[in-house]
Design a protein around this ligand. Structure first.
Ligand code: ADP
Ligand code: ZN
Length: 366
């Protein structure tokens, strides 16, 4: 088992990564579960597959799980589900010193974390991420949110978990597409500031995705360590350091918006193409050499992912995609800071991207 400390000032916590950790939930939580009743929020897919295992892990240690089983999918991150979950927690008389368990992917982690952040002005929660994406990205760092009709993740809070338990065994039942989508966020850490890790991905990514346990542990632990380092430097995205984690996301969000945030294009799939676009646009602007930009696209293609914008066969224009970007959360006083690359492992923030040039570039990629 790998143990990765997240050194947030005042509220440090650990991420534990290993195989079979669900069974050890109670000993790993080391006294955090103070009462017999333990509130657990999950979705119906995860509950169907892993519910019994978690039920046994808690009951065998004298606890009684209180399940809240939500519908799977992004639409669960709503005001309605938040309100209902809060009412449920209040009915259970959860106190500020108690810990709520979030068992699931990013949807469950985001909703449960946000509920924990506002329940009685903030109570504790434990992330037990069950998707690769949640294990390497969303369960660490304390960003929580719901969606509103105005857009995704527009309402939320920074609220750090008290502990993250990432069991690699649960990835065995994750659909391949979900696994690949999560892998995009793994590769992202290489592109941001770790060229050696990008090389590692090109050598081992395919075998990792195919199920090699040792490679999975390395990929998840290394990714979590990268995220922990960046988050500890800039918890609330104020210095610009944490913003590097958004590499590929401005392009990616535009693609998600254009495809209606549907299962046609998963978040991680959009981010993979978004990072390829960031690399190719960086090459066009003379910031990065074309061969390096090609390596990014080639790697996603090598692991069987759609790597190029043209693969999506969208019927919109480059200008339409830029219009989506103008609604981005990261818009700052009329400008959109863009993450571009000076090379693999060297991401930087460019505040002077001409949007008409960007639209022309995208027309050429569509
Ligand atoms: P993400 O973590 O990518 O944000 P979600 O929370 O939307 O994703 O989860 C993606 C889908 O995978 C959901 O349908 C969810 O029910 C399902 N899921 C989550 N974890 C597992 C797992 N370990 N095995 C099978 N399906 C899972
Ligand atoms: Zn992401």
């Amino acid at each position: 088992m790998a143990v990765i400390p997240v050194d947030i000032a005042g509220r440090p916590y650990e991420v534990r990564v290993g195989t079979g950790l669900l069974d050890q939930l109670v000993p790993l939580a080391k006294g955090k579960l103070r009462k017999r009743a333990v509130p657990i929020v999950t979705d119906s897919n995860v509950h169907r597959i892993w519910g019994e295992r978690v039920e046994a892990a808690l009951r065998d240690n004298g606890h009684e799980p209180q399940w809240r089983i939500l519908p799977p999918g992004e639409s669960t991150k709503s005001w309605q589900e938040l309100a209902a979950t809060i009412d449920w927690l209040l009915a259970l008389e959860v106190e500020r010193g108690d810990h709520i368990i979030a068992l699931g992917g990013g949807v469950i982690g985001d909703l449960t974390g946000f509920a924990a952040s506002i329940l009685k002005r903030g109570c504790h929660f434990i992330q037990v991420p069950t998707t690769l994406l949640a294990q390497v990205d969303s369960s660490v760092g304390g960003k929580t949110a719901i969606n509103t009709p105005a857009g995704k993740n527009l309402v939320g809070a920074f609220h750090q978990p008290a502990l993250v338990i990432a069991d690699l065994a649960v990835l065995k039942t994750l659909p391949e597409r979900e696994l690949q989508a999560g892998y995009a966020e793994v590769v992202k850490y290489g592109l941001i500031d770790d060229a050696d890790f990008f090389d590692w991905c090109t050598r081992n990514g395919a075998a990792m995705l195919s199920g090699d346990a040792a490679l999975r542990e390395y990929a998840v632990a290394h990714s979590v360590a990268a995220k922990a380092r960046i988050v500890a430097e800039d918890e609330r995205e104020t210095t610009g350091r944490r913003a590097l984690l958004n590499l590929g996301h401005t392009f990616g969000h535009a693609l998600e918006a254009e495809t209606g945030f549907s299962s046609e294009l998963l978040h991680g799939e959009a981010v993979a193409i978004g990072m390829v676009l960031a690399a190719r646009y960086s090459a066009r602007r003379g910031q990065m050499d074309q061969a390096s930009a090609d390596r990014v696209a080639d790697h996603f293609a090598q692991v069987g992912m759609r790597a190029r914008l043209a693969h999506l066969k969208l019927s919109c224009s480059g200008g339409d995609l830029v219009t989506h970007m103008l609604h981005d959360k990261k818009m700052d006083a009329g400008t959109l800071p863009f993450l571009l690359l000076k090379g693999i492992g060297h991401t930087y923030l460019d505040r002077d991207v001409p949007l008409d040039d960007l639209a022309n570039f995208l027309d050429g990629e569509l």
